[in-house]
Design a protein around this ligand. Structure first.
Ligand SMILES: [Zn+2]
Ligand SMILES: [Zn+2]
Length: 353
């Protein structure tokens, strides 16, 4: 399969995208390039490589899907997951982009580039892990920190319009007492709510191989800062393509739109004591879809047979994770408490004697 490594135009070493700087840099000669410069250079380079390696060997499964590629830097055969679009060569660690998996229906429209770099992600994680008690030391060891992975996750984004036509009666009830008499005043209002509500960019994760509740808890992503997709953003990170189609997420997106529309309508009628609707027509229409990649730092940790996940929003830094509890650290504390009590008892005993 065709693969692409963004190489430094000066020295040929691999380039990686630099979060927050909006440039790609070479670790070897310290050059940095804008995405425009790189796109132009990579387009050139790719045509040359395609000519040179027109007989590249590929691994094809029986169903025709391609699982592997040949590393353009060291020549090794690398096998990837079917959905992987950006990764690193297992042997020489060069960043590799699987260009064929980013074409046609799989070409993202938008991307939110990483703003949080690895150093910052590690710092966020360490501050969190060390602030908790009874966390096993191995949870934040250097080898564990290396496992924090920068990943672009696939999302489906929908723009939806709700056509609202609601009629009913709202009642406002006031009660007061004057002397011995209690008065009740009931005012009735006719309610009419007609019009369109349009909401853009309702997003749903389009990937099944990651813990969705975990990733949902590091949202929201700020779509207004999304950029037009360019493969150069992927260099130096992992990226995955969707394995959930639009149809698979449409129901959930619509349910969220319904909840949102309802809360907006409720806000306009909540001054009434009671509301009785006799007409409630709301029709939803999806105006457009786009496919986007969002950044996350993800770490998994296996402790006593259970897998824990920690994730950081690669744009905003919002983090969420579960913590393993070190049973040894816990029981050590209870043993110390036990000893103190025992010592106190013995001392007490001596006094009695
Ligand atoms: Zn260089
Ligand atoms: Zn390689």
């Amino acid at each position: 399969m065709a693969s692409l490594t963004y190489k430094c135009p000066n020295c040929g070493a691999p380039l990686t995208y630099q979060p927050g700087k909006d440039k790609s840099a070479c670790d070897y000669c310290n050059s940095a390039f804008t995405l425009e410069e790189l796109e132009a250079f990579a387009a050139n380079q790719q045509t040359k490589e395609e000519e040179e390696h027109s007989h590249d060997h590929v691994d094809e499964k029986e169903d025709g899907s391609v699982m592997g590629y040949t590393c353009g830097s060291c020549g090794a055969e690398v096998v990837t997951d079917e959905t992987t679009t950006a990764t690193f060569c297992y042997y020489c660690h060069n960043p590799v982009i699987l260009t064929e998996r980013l074409k046609g229906d799989f070409k993202p429209d938008k991307i939110i580039p990483f703003a949080i770099d690895r150093k910052k992600a590690e710092a966020i994680f360490l501050t969190w892990a060390k602030s908790k008690r009874y966390v096993p030391k191995s949870f934040y060891s250097d080898s564990q920190l290396e496992k924090i992975t920068g990943m672009y996750l696939p999302y489906w984004m929908a723009d939806i319009k709700a056509d609202v036509d609601i009629e009913g009666v709202g009642q406002e009830v006031n009660t007061w007492t004057s002397g011995d008499t209690e008065y009740t005043e009931t005012k009735e209002y006719r309610i009419e709510r007609k019009g369109d509500i349009e909401i853009d960019n309702i997003g749903e994760l389009a990937f099944t191989k990651i813990d969705k509740p975990m990733i949902d808890s590091i949202t929201p992503f700020r779509e207004e800062n999304a950029k037009a997709f360019s493969m150069a953003y992927l260099s130096g990170f992992f990226a995955e393509a969707y394995d959930k189609k639009r149809d698979d997420v449409q129901g959930e997106i619509q349910r969220r739109m319904e909840r949102y529309t309802k809360s907006l309508i409720d806000e306009t009628t909540n001054q009434y004591t009671s509301v009785d609707l006799n007409k409630e027509d709301v029709n939803y229409e999806i105006l457009g879809w786009h496919y986007a990649l969002f950044p996350a730092w993800v770490m998994t940790y296996k402790y006593l047979g259970k897998i824990y996940i920690y994730a950081i929003n690669g744009q905003t830094g919002r983090a969420y994770g579960e913590l393993p509890l070190d049973k040894k650290k816990l029981s050590l504390t209870s043993v110390v408490i036990g000893l103190v009590i025992l010592v106190a008892l013995i001392l007490g005993g001596r006094f009695i004697w």
